[in-house]
Design a protein around this ligand. Structure first.
Ligand SMILES: *Cc1c(COP(=O)(O)O)cnc(C)c1O
Length: 435
């Protein structure tokens, strides 16, 4: 597999280089030089394959010789060790549950696959790989649990003190082993600035083999295609052939992976980008002007993104042709008030409790259904378990949220966290003294 930069199509780097750099120096994003089509026979027979088998075929088709088959099998069987079931609710609406991994969010797919790919490419190095990550909650948990115990790697997570939910904090601070958590007296932006400065620091780069677990890393995008194929396989088993996916979107990595799957041959009728009031993409699809805005805080805070970083990838997939993009991608926007109504309606109609991000995808799926006739299933993606966002539910619903095993297990563990002022000097000293 060779990749170019969306800012320079003459550039070519290997998969390994794209994984360790995350971003090309020209600030574009890495994209495969060509998108391979899957054999029509594979698509037609998807119902016969398990999630791991689907994942292997898709990854192998994309990555090619850069990881030999036997090694890729091992990486996938280790990384993708939890299911992604499609749960039919009724009214030709179903939910694709992506929260059965260790951090209870879909980011587990990307983080677990990326960690093992990085460890695979690091096998001959003598220094450990130092992963630095700033998080406002969900990314950090997925990265921490994704890298936990992965040999030859060490993860340092910075999060804003007092600004993550109790379960998110447990996921960050109870790991031990190769995972270190630091709470920063400041905001998420402060955490991000510290990490950025570390990557630019000559002395730290001499001392440590630094890398980011950036959400735009190509090794996080690839595994997010797997569950679209797997969802379609499950629909085929129920005799359903037409599907619309509604994707709760922030940085547009998740829906970007869906569109990559589509370009590889997955027959999807329509993708729906469901956003909160951070609506840069829905506005663009309406008026053709891409005008990023500063992000606004909402209940669905993992989607509070004013300038979605994966959007350039999606435009690249469609060769900048907005009309062919609009033929496949619709979008809907919802407020916090709508979100609460969506949560209430899902429970009332289907006895289903969804997280705020998921509720937005449900509302968009329903809106699309109401305005389009046809014999299709509308599948909305559930990106996180409701228990990660306890504060936004009314009491009577909050008490009904089941606490998954993953959380019960964390509650019994000892929590360990370092504290830091939002000062680069302090962060640098910490990294040097704890090497
Ligand atoms: C990260 C995240 C999203 C947004 O996904 P993108 O790939 O950034 O569009 C949605 N929901 C949850 C729960 C998330 O953690």
């Amino acid at each position: 597999m060779k990749l170019y930069s969306t800012n320079n199509k003459d550039l070519r780097v290997s998969f390994k280089d794209a994984v360790f750099n995350s971003l090309p120096a020209d600030k574009g994003l890495y994209m495969p030089e060509h998108i391979p089509a899957l054999p029509a026979e594979f698509i037609a027979n998807l119902a016969d394959y398990s999630l791991q088998e689907v994942a292997f075929t898709v990854a192998n088709t994309l990555i090619g010789d850069d990881i030999p088959s036997a090694d890729l099998h091992a990486i996938i069987d280790d990384a993708i060790n939890f299911d992604a079931p499609v749960v039919p609710l009724g009214d030709a609406i179903a939910v694709l549950e992506l929260f059965h991994g260790p951090s209870l969010a879909f980011k587990d797919f990307g983080a677990r696959f990326m960690s093992r790919v990085m460890a695979y490419f690091s096998a001959k190095e003598d220094k450990p790989l130092d992963v630095l990550v700033a998080t406002s909650g969900d990314t950090g948990g997925a990265v921490a649990l994704g890298f936990l115990g992965v040999e030859g790697t060490r993860v340092t997570i910075l999060y804003p003190k007092g600004k993550v939910s109790p379960i998110q904090e447990l996921q960050l601070t109870t790991n031990g082993q190769n995972i270190r958590a630091l709470q920063v007296d400041g905001t998420f932006d402060d955490c991000q600035a510290l990490v950025k400065e570390a990557f630019n620091d000559g002395e730290l780069n001499q001392l440590l083999r630094l890398t980011s677990a950036n959400s735009i890393n190509i090794a996080r995008l690839i595994p997010q295609t797997f569950y679209y194929f797997h969802a379609y396989a499950q629909l085929l088993r129920r005799g359903i052939k037409e599907v619309v996916f509604s994707v709760p979107s922030g940085n547009f990595g998740n829906i970007g992976a869906g569109l990559l799957a589509y370009k590889m041959g997955l027959p999807v009728k329509q993708f729906i980008a469901a956003t909160n009031v951070n609506d840069t993409v829905p506005r663009f699809l309406k008026n053709g002007k891409y005008e990023p805005k500063p992000s606004v805080q909402t209940y669905s805070n993992a989607m509070d993104v004013g300038n979605p970083s994966n959007w350039v990838r999606i435009m690249d997939l469609f060769d900048q042709d907005v009309s062919s993009l609009k033929a496949v991608v619709s979008s809907y926007t919802y407020t916090d008030e709508d979100t609460l109504k969506g949560i209430g309606e899902l429970y009332k109609k289907y006895r289903y409790i969804a997280c705020p991000h998921t509720a937005i995808a449900y509302l968009a799926a329903k809106a699309y259904k109401e305005t389009h006739v046809g014999n299709f299933e509308a599948v909305f993606l559930s990106t996180a378990h409701a228990c990660k966002f306890p504060d936004i539910f009314p009491q009577e619903l909050a008490s009904k949220i089941e606490i998954p095993e993953q959380v019960k297990e964390l509650e019994g563990r000892e929590s360990k966290v370092g504290s830091l002022k939002a000062s680069f000097e302090d962060f640098k000293n910490y990294l040097k003294e704890n090497n």
